[in-house]
Design a protein around this ligand. Sequence first.
Ligand code: GDP
Ligand code: MG
Length: 163
Amino acid sequence: MSHLVAIVGRPNVGKSTLFNRLTQTRGAIVSEESGTTRDRQYGKVTWLDREFSIVDTGGWVVGSEDVFEGEINKQVEIAMEEADVILFVVDIEGGTTDLDDEVASKLRRTKKPVLLVANKADNYTQHYAAAEFYAFGLGDPMPISAVNGSGTGDLLDAIVSHL
Ligand code: GDP
Ligand code: MG
């Protein structure tokens, strides 16, 4: 079975944008499977000689524009059960919110690898802002831009190093 990478985080941090970048730029097939109460957005990513599946957990919630706190926590629980590597996406522009803190405290309890992805670092002058995310206790934040692709090569290297 192929390895599964899950993208988690509060709404609007850029989870779906990152999912689309990682899948589309590698010519992956994106498919949507309907569940009874949830839709899951799965794709395939190829990087160097490695292949893995990726799931955008935003798609785990129907009508994800108005996500309840409980739903996000549920997504994180599912990711911690099902995924081999978890990408915890936060937003350099928006900074840390209570919801980020809540997700971080859940993720600190898993033994699975968690990569702290500091998204919306569209230019290098924004990279310093990623330092605030050290407070999560989840290791080094990786500044990336899902929109322009900056940092995503390093992120992919880090992902496959855990597979
Ligand atoms: P999600 O709710 O976490 O899935 O977030 P989305 O992928 O839907 O993105 C939310 C908003 O953030 C959209 O307006 C995106 O265009 C924007 N966004 C996502 N990634 C980036 C990025 O790297 N840089 C900037 N400037 N905006 C981004
Ligand atoms: Mg989304």
